[in-house]
Design a protein around this ligand. Structure first.
Ligand code: AP5
Ligand code: MG
Length: 230
């Protein structure tokens, strides 16, 4: 069976990470989030982390050449052999083109694209209460999705912290950048019939049920006919 690729788009705080991890685990695919990889580099104090932090803390996108190289390297690792759920990549048209080329080289393509929609007001509320695991990057929310033990990750026991790109001003900039640079990428996938829009304001489990149902429809069809599409 050829590898399968699902993309998850959405503005900041939409729930890309929350849903992407769960969907990848459910489908047996790798979960790859460009923002998480950047934050791991920042934590580790690497040169890539130093470059990325300058952009992230201003709510701007990290340059394409840095981002593409990093994500394509991650996609080539053994745990992504069966495919991946990509959270936050591609975010620009050059990134989308680079991804398409890399997947074509392995006889694959993007199978399904989700756009989780929420308002900026809802995003502000959510990120204010968000705590993230320093070790595995899983996200929690003090109001809507609290950890079982305060300050500790349910998955790996790591310490929870608050991100440095969460000020109201940075969040506003991230929203603007999303609409300027990433919505055109969504239109590219919409034109190819791959886009499924999801109301992200629903509770976490309700959003997940919609994602899973769409994935089952598409992959059921791929398994049966050898072709993609929604
Ligand atoms: P990234 O880390 O991807 O940030 P983002 O896109 O701004 O999205 P977030 O991670 O803030 O939100 P999310 O949608 O994952 O929501 P979450 O599940 O955590 O990118 C950060 C930066 O890295 C970028 O600004 C850029 O600088 C750089 N970067 C990354 N990729 C790049 C690329 N391809 N090119 C260039 N630069 C790139 O949920 C949010 C909160 O809400 C949590 O507390 C969660 O528990 C809670 N929650 C989730 N769902 C629900 C729900 N349904 N109901 C109630 N609460 C919920
Ligand atoms: Mg995220």
């Amino acid at each position: 069976m050829r590898p399968r690729y699902i993309l998850i788009f959405g503005p900041p705080g939409a729930g890309k990470g929350t849903q992407g991890r769960r969907l990848a685990a459910e489908l047996g695919l790798a979960y790859i989030a460009s923002g998480d990889i950047f934050r791991q580099h920042v934590e580790a104090g690497t040169e890539l982390g130093r470059i990325a932090k300058e952009y992230m803390d201003r709510g701007l996108y990290v340059p394409d050449e840095v981002t593409v190289k990093m994500v394509l390297e991650r996609l080539g690792r053994p745990d992504a052999e069966r495919g991946a759920v990509l959270d936050g990549f591609p975010r620009t048209l050059p990134q989308a083109e680079a991804l398409e080329k890399a997947l074509a080289e392995r006889g694959a393509e993007v199978d399904l694209v989700f756009y989780i929609k929420i308002s900026e007001a809802e995003a502000q509320r959510r990120v204010q209460g968000r705590w993230v695991c320093r070790n595995c990057q899983a996200a929690y929310n003090l109001e809507t999705n609290p950890p079982r033990v305060p300050g500790r990750c349910d998955v790996c026991g790591g310490e929870l912290y608050q991100r440095t790109d969460e000020t109201p001003e940075t969040l506003r900039r991230r929203f603007e950048v999303f609409f300027e640079q990433t919505v055109p990428v969504l239109e590219y996938y919409r034109a190819r019939g791959l886009l499924v829009e999801i109301n992200g304001k629903q509770p976490i489990d309700a959003v997940f049920r919609e994602l899973k149902a769409a994935a089952d429809r598409v992959f059921g069809r791929i398994a049966g006919s050898g072709s993609g599409g929604v």
